[in-house]
Design a protein around this ligand. Structure first.
Ligand code: ZN
Length: 259
């Protein structure tokens, strides 16, 4: 259990770079909007009904093999892309795939990436996953799967105008307000990951029961960018059980749920 918690904490900490670096800091200027929910409404409408299953072939991971980790992430990316493309199509929204880079190095289309883990770069519409030594030594399937699932959540936010709207609110906000806006953004990405899992978890073959995974997320280290692990766990679980983005409106949730 210790390994699991450490691994989950590492993923959460690593993902912090996304919001801190790209999503919040270097977005281009966009028109101010009242609330970040433009495309979300249409997406939510069609997503509150049936929960289509998704079958993806996600390969086994061999300890110490960068090639097998790469194949795993690529298969996960293909799976997430198919899932969201179908959901957008059902909502009558235009979908564009992000570019995906799986690397063992630090250079990426978003410039040099620091730290371990995964990133989403809004301007480039790029998901970048870095394979770390820790991944090679001790690959934990669900944790690795979450890199793609979470970053695709940010891509969905980008396509639906949420990232741009969040930025418009974020830039003039006080430090305290910025923290909450950052949490709302990250918790929604967690919830979107959960929505994806609602259809794809069986294919991922996570090697851990869903409730144990949620508990592990709950026990992870707190990150200032993402917010309290128990809330991240709450939103991921809500997305998973709801199976629709309509369950992911973190923007009107009480502060206690996004702290
Ligand atoms: Zn994130």
């Amino acid at each position: 259990m210790r390994t699991l918690r450490v691994a989950v904490a590492a993923a959460m900490t690593a993902a912090a770079g996304v919001a801190a670096g790209s999503a919040l800091g270097v977005l281009g200027s966009g028109p101010a909007q009242a609330a970040p929910r433009a495309g979300q409404v249409a997406l939510s409408d069609v997503m509150s009904g049936a929960r289509p299953r998704l079958t993806c072939a996600i390969p086994a991971i061999k300890v110490g093999s960068a090639a097998s980790l790469r194949a795993f992430h690529e298969a996960m990316a293909g799976c997430a892309d198919r899932f969201w493309a179908e959901r957008f199509a059902a909502a009558g929204l235009a979908y564009r795939s992000p570019t995906v880079t799986i690397t063992t190095g630090a250079d990426s289309v978003c410039g040099r990436i620091s730290g371990a883990g995964a990133h989403y770069c809004p301007e480039e519409r790029a998901v970048v996953v870095r394979i770390t030594r820790q991944d090679l030594r001790d690959p934990f399937r669900m944790n690795l799967a979450h890199s793609i699932a979470h970053e695709w959540g940010h891509h969905v936010q980008q396509l639906t105008g949420v990232l741009g709207a969040q930025e418009a609110l974020y830039l003039p906000a006080s430090d305290q307000a910025r923290t909450i806006l950052s949490h709302r953004l990250e918790m929604q990405a967690e919830c979107y990951a959960g929505v994806f899992y609602s259809a794809a978890l069986k294919s991922i073959k996570p090697g851990i029961a869903w409730d144990e995974w949620v508990e592990a997320v709950r026990q992870a280290e707190e990150s200032e960018v993402h917010g309290k692990p128990r809330n991240l766990a709450f939103w991921q679980d809500r997305g998973y059980h709801g199976g629709a983005t309509g369950f992911c409106n973190t923007w009107t949730a009480t502060r206690a749920k996004v702290g």
